[in-house]
Design a protein around this ligand. Structure first.
Ligand code: CTP
Length: 387
């Protein structure tokens, strides 16, 4: 391990401490030990480059290819996976310049881990805090396992066609309103990223997701459950794996109003309050159950369902997931506990993975969604290789 602090970083921890901890000399500029050409050598020979914490300034430099110190030179010469772990105040993280820089870096394959919410430097709290070291470590371990081929050796997804639904459907009531849910699509998109990195040909059926589209997927944007069902059925026809990570509405309004629904008043009562409308609902198709049915006795494609459960006083999340697994008849079921502050929109997830014919339940998390995604694919690859 080589520590490459920026000049600013040395205001927090001095060079002597880094040198003692890493057992190697520490430099911030490119003019130290020039005979060893460190500004090219470090990046060229690294297996992984991690910048944690990564400032808004560092990411701006990296996005524009600037190279005015040893760290930015290392980033430009690195051919291995690069992980940036931003930490900054919320205003800086949300600034359009930072947002654009992060998008640019991600589009080039740099792995930027989203910051978490919590206490920041100073008295304020908010989004921008460095994730826990264990979470950063888990992402690094996963990236290293991908690049040294151990995951590919366990089966890999090269040459396989994968369909993933992600996000949450919206059922329109009128041109202004819809019935929706809290799914952000982060877990489904993380599944797509991992499948791509393992060599799969990925079709992503995306329902109302505001995230950058992973480079290399075939994107099919949809809005409603019916649209999602049609898109999944079409893409599933010649696929090897279908993962239903989307939160699909079970019901939709029976009638769509072409114009905005207005408040109605009881004309017979002067100054009456508007009366509350009743919305009639009808069932949506169960896309996952339909896939299982149309597959019949074939084992292709492997069908993976998700179970979003809150649990209830009598049943744990796992109890409810086991029931759902029986009902849906899919090959793998990924169950996660959901709630207002749990899972939806968060960067971390905790799941139980159930597999047909296998009693052991695989548990993953709490961990970043891409680490969870990697575990889900490990289980699916096991199913593929045993089937
Ligand atoms: N699903 C589906 N079509 C629906 C509803 C859900 O394909 N109309 C899929 C989801 O994509 C997920 C799985 O079924 O993979 C379970 O979704 P969930 O919302 O947890 O379960 P429901 O079947 O809707 O059951 P309930 O609402 O009773 O928990």
């Amino acid at each position: 391990m080589t520590v490459v602090p920026t000049a600013a970083a040395l205001n927090f921890v001095g060079a002597a401490t880094w040198a003692a901890l890493s057992g190697k000399p520490v430099a911030t500029d490119v003019w130290t030990d020039v005979h060893q050409v460190p500004h090219v050598h470090l990046g060229q020979h690294a297996d992984l480059v991690v910048v944690a914490p990564s400032t808004a300034d560092l990411m701006a430099k990296a996005a524009h290819g600037l190279a005015d110190d040893l760290l930015t030179n290392t980033l430009l010469t690195a051919r291995c996976p690069v992980v940036l772990v931003p930490a900054m105040h919320t205003e800086m993280w949300e600034h359009p310049a930072t947002v654009a820089n992060v998008a640019t870096l991600r589009s080039r394959g740099v792995h930027v881990i989203d910051p978490v919410s919590g206490r920041l430097t100073g008295a304020d709290t908010g989004l921008g805090r460095l994730p826990e070291p264990q979470d950063i470590f888990d992402v690094c371990r996963e990236l290293l396992s991908r690049s040294d081929g151990t995951v590919a050796a366990a089966g890999g997804l090269a040459g396989l066609r994968v369909v993933i639904s992600a996000g949450g459907t919206r059922e329109p009531l009128d041109p202004v309103r819809f019935l929706g849910n809290r799914s952000s699509g982060k877990q489904g998109y993380a599944l797509a990223e991992v499948a791509l990195s393992r060599g799969a040909d990925v079709t992503l059926i995306s329902a109302n997701v505001a995230l950058p589209v992973p480079d290399g997927v075939t994107l099919v944007p949809v809005q409603t459950a019916v649209e999602l069902g049609e898109a999944v059925a079409k893409a599933a026809q010649d696929s090897d794996v279908v993962v239903m990570a989307a939160a699909v509405a079970d019901y939709r309004p029976a009638h769509y109003n072409e114009v905005k629904i207005k408040k109605t008043y009881d004309e017979t009562v002067p100054e009456s309050r508007p009366s509350a409308p009743t919305i009639e609902l009808v069932r949506n198709p169960d896309v996952l159950a339909g896939l299982v049915q149309s597959r019949g006795s074939s084992t292709v494609p492997v069908i993976v369902g998700f179970a979003a459960e809150t649990g209830d006083p009598e049943h744990s999340v796992l109890d409810l997931a086991r029931d759902k697994f029986e009902r849906k008849g899919c090959d793998v079921l990924v169950a996660n506990e959901v709630g207002v502050d749990k899972t939806f929109g968060e960067d971390t997830n905790t799941v139980y993975i159930l597999r047909r014919g296998v009693d052991t339940v695989t548990h993953a998390g709490p961990a970043p969604k891409d680490v969870v995604a990697a575990t889900v694919w490990d289980v699916i690859q096991d199913v593929l290789s045993s089937g």
